[in-house]
Design a protein around this ligand. Sequence first.
Ligand SMILES: Cc1cc2nc3c(=O)[nH]c(=O)nc-3n(C[C@H](O)[C@H](O)[C@H](O)COP(=O)(O)OP(=O)(O)OC[C@H]3O[C@@H](n4cnc5c(N)ncnc54)[C@H](O)[C@@H]3O)c2cc1C
Ligand code: FES
Ligand code: FES
Length: 1391
Amino acid sequence: MPSITLPDQHLHTSHHTIMANFASSEDISQMSLSTREFRPISDHRVDDVALYDTNVLLFYVNGSRVEERMVDPMMTLATYLRDHLRLTGTKIGCNEGGCGACTVMISERDPLSGQIRHFSANSCLMPICGVFGKAVTTVEALGSVKDGRLHAVQERLAKTHGSQCGFCTPGFVMAMYSLLRNTPEPTIDQINEAMQGNLCRCTGYRPILEAFYSFARTDSGDLKVTETGCGMGDKCCKVAGNSACGSEKLTVLSDSAPYDPTHELIFPPELTLKHTEIRTFAMAHESSTWYQPSHLADLLALKRLHPHARVISGNSELAVERKFRFIDLPVVINPRQVIELHQASLDREKGVYLATGLSLTQMDDQMTEYRKELGEHESQTLLEAHKMMHWFAGKHVRNVASIAGNIATASPISDLNPLWMASATRVVLESEERGEREVVIDEKFFVGYRKTTIAGDEIVKAIWIPLTEKHEHVTSYKQAARREDDIAIVTGAFSTLLDPATQTVKRLRISYGGMAPTTILALKAMEKGEGRRFDLSFLETVTSSLAASLALPAGVPGGMPRYRLALALSFFHKHFLEVARRENITSIPAAIESTNIGESIPKEMYATQTYTEVSSSQSEWDAVGRPLPHVSGQKHTTGEAIYCADINVPNCLHGAFVSSRFAAGTLDSMDASKALAMPGVVGFFDASDVRSGARLGHGAGDSEVFVQREIKYNGQPLGLIVATDHETARAAANAVVVNATQSKAIVTIEDALDRGSFICPDMHIHSSMASNNGERVISDWNKYDRVVEGTIRMGGQEHFYLETHQCVVIPHEEDELEIISSTQSVNEVQIEVGKCLGIPRNKIKVSVRRIGGGFGGKESTAPIVAVPAAIAARKLRKPVRITLERFDDMAISGNRHPFRFDYKVAVDAAGKLLDMDVVCLQNAGHSFDLSIGVIHRAMTHIDNVYHFPNADVVGKLCRTNLASNTAYRGFGGPQGMFATEAIMFHAAEDLGMDVDEFRELNMYESSGKTFWGNTMEQCNARRCWDECREKSDYEKRKKEAAEFNKVNKHRKRGVALTPTKFSIGFGLKHLNQASALVLIYTDGSVLVTHGGMEMGQGLHTKIIQITSRCLGIDASKIHIQDASTDKVPNASPTAASMGSDLNGLAVKNACDQINERLAPLKEELGGDTTWEKLVETAYLKMISLSASGYAVTPCEPVNFGTGLPGRQMFSYAVYGTAFCEVEIDCLTGDHHLLRTEVVMDVGDSLNPAIDIGQIEGAFIQGYGLFTMEEIKVRPDGVRLSRGPGAYKIPSADDAPRHFSVHLLKGSSNKNAIFSSKAIGEPPLFLGSCALFAIRDAIKAFREARGLAGYFRFDSPATAERIRLACEDDLLDKVPPLPKDPTTYTPWVVDL
Ligand SMILES: Cc1cc2nc3c(=O)[nH]c(=O)nc-3n(C[C@H](O)[C@H](O)[C@H](O)COP(=O)(O)OP(=O)(O)OC[C@H]3O[C@@H](n4cnc5c(N)ncnc54)[C@H](O)[C@@H]3O)c2cc1C
Ligand code: FES
Ligand code: FES
């Protein structure tokens, strides 16, 4: 073991040079200030908290001192900041380290060197006692709109329109800020890395990247503060001097203030003076006792006394266990200040020694330093560890997590354990009793699922990573559902030592994670390979042995049995090729090509946004058509934007659900006595507290508030515990004893078909009825020569708004309830609360200022939370808040509907579509919710942009034991259109036609009628298609992809163009109405309230712009506070992309009334009268300065009962086309979206910045839907994907670096306000373009292997689906699943 040398001469390392210990009662402020004395604790009484230097938790937040004498040590920093310090800029999106909304910066002094280190961290993982002696910086410390001062990061992010709902924004700001504190002029790579742990569900990341990349130093050494490159390359207007573009950049950063690192907060001198980094600290709380020794001997003594105590290093593993599995942690030991655990050294014999007090980031930095000292051949394991580290969690987790935690956790899918095994790394363990021992991490180290040979009294002290020999080659690979910040599906690490003279394999080590309950060594294959010549027969021998020994049973836990084995074989294949390349073994043919994850990401961002500027004759005050920033944009960046959970309601109680653990069965009884006895628990509510017969449900009323008897889905609320705080309520809810009987669940569409389980009778559209006096003509399919038949499937999607469902209900006198909710529909909450509590709606006020994203998921589901909270608040006469954990939100609130489509189309010899027959099977979940509306839209969008002369479409709503699936951006449209595009590919490929020609041949002309009855007046489908084809240089890209594919065996590129037509309007006629209230005050300021909710889509900004034009005043005079039922009654939900169309018209109507009243006065006062003067005079003349506006839009729907097409179900349509280019790794199924170009028809844009933001955000959300997002449900209906750990939405790394959006010019729309078009939902389907490009790449691979013709490719295009579609020799070695599916239970099912 290396010896300790501490730089501070005052520091004594011997256990015997003990300074007198401090009394427990002593405040840290009395601690000796002058020296870094090292104070071991008496080894006999080391668990006596009184003997620690201090029992007072001291730390700094934003430069202010915080002292806590009694706090639950395991309370998270996020909770402490938000609930105790009321610093609500730090958001909570998941509470499991997976979203980054809670990112803060932590500054500490290194216990060994005393140097200050700043790092970003997830405050939701950090225990509050973990910040003892540290300084925490939150977003509030940076800048403030109120104070008129923004930090450079905030300013630039606001300028690039980098926020929409703003819930993720403080986290992004803090991630970037932390990077700048360490590296004021970072590289683009460092910026990408800094954002690894942050998710945004709204923006599509492009504007965030643009803002942050502006801080990067280019290769030439310049700061990139100016502009991003243009995706048009040489065709860029600025390069070509072409004025036809008529566009300006949305963002100009060149006038941004430079970043000045000298203005930042300094590290608190008190902490430096007191050397808190080496002080021992302990806190005894009734829930846990926290020990923080600073000496190894004390640590070991503690572990001897408390062998079952958990050692908290980074807490990244433990935090999640504690939060969701409610584990008790009576004793916790934090070893982070133990000086001996901060050592690192290089020993040429033994390798690199890294002690476990180092975070993964510090370890990585240290390894990088040693690599500089070592030869390339010696440092291969270090290099591989460095590479793997990049894909290990996100930066904020790596900044705190330790290698000890990773090894001790013994996860079978750890990223690093396979590498340690392949390289024979040794772990140093130490106990007080037996001293130190070194153990090789090999097949004997991990003894079972999450079990190791580490004894209870031992701590993991360090690892020794051996240096590699000459001709020893180490490689490692990881494949996950998402490249960045995701747990692996399979990891593989390999070490081959070659004898260069004979080219025989002297030693072979193969290790895998994800192939068994533990990390394994593939001993049989290693034995077979060793001693053989390194050639193709070696490859064949080892691969066959791996295939035979690692094959997984069909029902293996974790699922994906075929894919996992294919990955294991593919990784070895890659290793083999890499060794051959490094050793230059030319006898191994061609394919010397290795694909590394992430290899082909372009570094820079190339993004153009083209739009039409407002005419120069437009008045300056007229805000319509200008790219105004989001009205809350700056506040998003500073954390001053307030959301439901940020509102401080005094004496507020907190509710947490008792939920069903299985999906189907009966609730026999519940016993809450234990829970009610817990301190802080106030009450328990169940079905007996609900008014008789009261049920939730949009119209249908088919969903219970709490289960009375029949359990219908996993996670269903059975009851509600109310307590004084959120965590107590959760713990008590977990303590309620539930007796229930499980029954067989109906989970999939097939289950429902088998069991005849449907929500309601089938829906129909029969186009023939329109032209045949309402009589259906049944097609004679025998008359067609060319008929294509098939099935295609599309999975659901979790909304993953960053802010989960929440509400607070405040009871007032006379049964009045004030409800603040995170809903998309204040009306819906008011209706359901009124109905279920029997209170007239005039006593229920529901309001929303803003919500942190909705995407449809907060339209009809908010009452699931609001009604129970209202029941409790009313009964307890106290405010009650419910804040759903992400874990519960994902279980309860429903998803996008999964669909299966069974289709048949007929085509004539010239390639013209003749007929279509489709059955749309929808997995609706347990209740109606909005499933009927969703299936209507799927059925009316199944033409996409193609003319079907005849069509019969049937919709079946399958009732299953799932949370009720609900509205989701696109509302069934994307599912319908996906089926159409899949059908077009199927038909073209079966008939041997080029799919683009086939699509063009059948595309709607500029006008026409859909098979379901709508007349299209200005159909821009072809214009968008042609323009996108041209702007993307489609032909050239296609040719280049083909060239690339010719020379690359395992990597293929694919391109695709995908068109869309999305119809605008609510399908339910009466929802197409809106009201608004415009109030003008005598100072000229205007307050507008309308029925729409601001959820990031920029609705309030657009409404302000509309009001500006209507009243003829500057936007700065107009304000919108909230949406509230006491100002605008009966508002339709903010949905169907109708927010600005409907509410804009209502506001216009109100303004028109006021203008009419003011007109005579205006004339009397003369043209140059100011607005303020006009308003004041009007008041004095007793002219009313307020008006309520009202608007309707037309809707004549289809009769889905009979199938008779409608006359005009939707007002108009929005058109668009996307181009995508992707590259896939055919060995792993990994893919990269390289380039995206979108042309979108938004009419005359009300605000191009907002519209482009919506297009980019919807595209990336659609990209997630069609590629990586998978809802995982077990065959018994138990939901596995309940957080960011198991459910992957695209991260910044996934956003294409070539990402351009062009708004179609000259497309005024006479059917909506100021000739605009709606934009929220229409672009989402364009994300499917990535799937079709991936399919194109797979096709190239298959064709190279002689597999021509159509192949079915369901959505999403996951890595698993991609790999399994790339059928090759390796896949031939993977056993097929049993033919009879009843012989095994799959891990998860296709819903
Ligand atoms: C968002 C997120 C993403 C993640 N991504 C990945 C990933 O990509 N790959 C991956 O492999 N893992 C991942 N993890 C898991 C986890 O981060 C790692 O396992 C990490 O290394 C754990 O280290 P820690 O210091 O945080 O452990 P802790 O949570 O502090 O402890 C974990 C366990 O180790 C024990 N322990 C800790 N230190 C010691 C010690 N010195 N001696 C003895 N026992 C000790 C604890 O008692 C506990 O049982 C992720 C976790 C999160 C939250
Ligand atoms: S809330 Fe901390 S990472 Fe999501
Ligand atoms: S703006 Fe990023 S999640 Fe809404």
